[in-house]
Ligand binder design. Structure first.
Ligand SMILES: C[S@@+](CC[C@H](N)C(=O)[O-])C[C@H]1O[C@@H](n2cnc3c(N)ncnc32)[C@H](O)[C@@H]1O
Ligand code: SF4
Ligand code: SF4
Length: 408
């Protein structure tokens, strides 16, 4: 097995609850609860970034909010993260992002930065309702990044409000080779007032899963995910990619931290009962190494119901956030899963296809920057001509991304 310090690990940190937009179902907004003070610049450096660096040799930070770029210390925090040798993801609504700020961020991070923009639908009305902003904002931001050769991808929050355009949206990104992450809509924060937007297991079966499994760059951390455990273990050994990067990532590949320093197995579970401590009270390193909730999720032995007896327990595990919000128990079966295993010998009809997707995804991240550095994959397997091809493909990626977003 790979040692723990070798693994990629991401800390998804909601740096502030402040925001200049008012998206209707925003999960970070708290309406009635009084909150403590948000972490200061020094606390973020010492209690989050330094501790994460001690946990793992190749960690990364994802800075989100609220709106991270409203923090006056955003550049200082990004610079500190880069000086620690770490990559930064920036989840931003992009309203503050002009060329001047983009170049300052590029310099502060030494271009070890990946922007994540929210794209909920290509149909502007649908996108704009859920985002309280024009579709043009993220299109412009992505064009800016592509023009400056700064990495970016999209995240799409799936709910009943955009389900009917999901295929078209992801299909467009697929046709341009632009990676996308899915985020399941959950009843957190202002999301609690929109339970009618929750999608069902039938939606997952008929619409969402067919679209996700058809595109290997829709990132394979979604559930249900049917790659065979033997297949992924062999791949992991071959390329030094951690198996923890597949299926539900809660506690395995990341944790979430809110603006006040509470830790949860994933961002969607922040502000819930599934709290794993606070970085002001317990060192993050100790939380990551000893917290019982995090350990149980990493083990996957405590999963209940069909997830507990499933062949894909280690490579999928079911979305723990969806399980929590729909059943009240983060260890219960994922209610959005349409697979009905009798026992751990039952195979999904999609296993072969998902193995292929995982294979293509692993090859993608192990052969391309920034992903190979970020995930610390084995690069020595690449011959020099192969590296040349990879560099050309990266150039193609930026070219096609610019083309996609400018219509040229
Ligand atoms: C809370 S926002 C913070 C970052 C930045 N302000 C933005 O909007 O991109 C991070 C992501 O969470 C998503 N999100 C917001 N509310 C959500 C909810 N109730 N369930 C799932 N995802 C949600 C947003 O669409 C966005 O992609
Ligand atoms: S989803 Fe992002 S942009 Fe929208 S209100 Fe929440 S924090 Fe702000
Ligand atoms: S039963 Fe659970 S572990 Fe198995 S595929 Fe479905 S969500 Fe994943």
């Amino acid at each position: 097995m790979l040692s723990e310090r070798k693994k990629f690990f991401l800390c998804y940190f909601e740096t502030t609850r402040e925001c200049n937009l008012n998206c209707p179902y925003c999960m970070t907004r708290t309406t009635n609860k009084p909150r403590g003070a948000e972490l200061t610049t020094e606390e973020i450096k010492r209690l989050v970034i330094d501790q994460l660096k001690d946990y793992c040799s190749h960690p990364a930070m994802a800075f989100s909010g609220g709106e991270f770029l409203l923090r006056p210390d955003a550049l200082e925090i990004l610079g500190y993260t880069a000086r620690k040798g770490m990559w930064s993801f920036i989840n931003t609504n992009a309203t503050k992002l002009d060329k001047g700020l983009l170049l300052k961020i590029k310099e502060a991070t030494d271009n070890k930065v990946i922007f994540v923009f929210s794209l909920n639908s290509l149909e502007s009305k649908i996108h704009e309702w859920s985002r309280d902003d024009s579709l043009n904002t993220v299109v412009k931001a992505a064009k800016l990044c592509a023009g400056e050769k700064i990495n970016f991808f999209f995240i799409s929050t799936i709910s009943k409000s955009n389900l009917h355009t999901f295929k078209e949206t992801i299909g467009f990104l697929k046709s341009k080779g632009i990676p996308v992450l899915r985020s399941p809509f959950v009843l957190r924060g202002s999301g609690k007032d929109y339970s009618e937007l929750l999608f069902s297991s039938q939606d997952m079966k008929d619409v969402i899963h067919p679209v996700l499994r058809d595109y290997h760059l829709s990132y394979v951390s979604y559930a249900p995910f049917f790659a065979g455990p033997e297949f992924l273990e062999a791949k992991q050994k071959q390329l030094n990619v951690s198996i923890g990067q597949f299926g539900c990532q809660a506690a395995k590949g990341f944790v979430g931290i809110n603006a006040e320093g509470d830790v949860a197995p994933c961002v969607q579970l922040l502000d819930s009962e599934v709290k794993c401590g606070n970085v002001r009270e317990t060192p993050l390193l100790s939380i990551l190494n000893t917290n019982a909730v995090l350990l149980s999720l990493r083990e996957r032995n405590s999963l209940k119901g069909k997830c507990g007896k499933c062949r894909y327990k280690s490579t999928c595990g079911g979305c723990r956030a969806v399980a929590y919000y729909k059943t009240g128990d983060y260890l219960e079966s994922d209610p959005n899963c349409f697979f009905e295993p009798e026992d751990e010998n039952t195979r999904s009809e999609h296993e072969e296809m998902q193995n292929k997707n995982a294979d293509r995804f692993i090859n993608f991240i192990s052969r391309r920057e920034p992903w190979s550095s970020l995930f610390n994959t084995e690069k020595t397997a690449q011959s020099l001509p192969e590296r040349g091809r990879v560099i050309n493909k990266m150039k193609d990626y930026f070219k096609s991304a610019v083309g996609a977003l400018t219509g040229k």
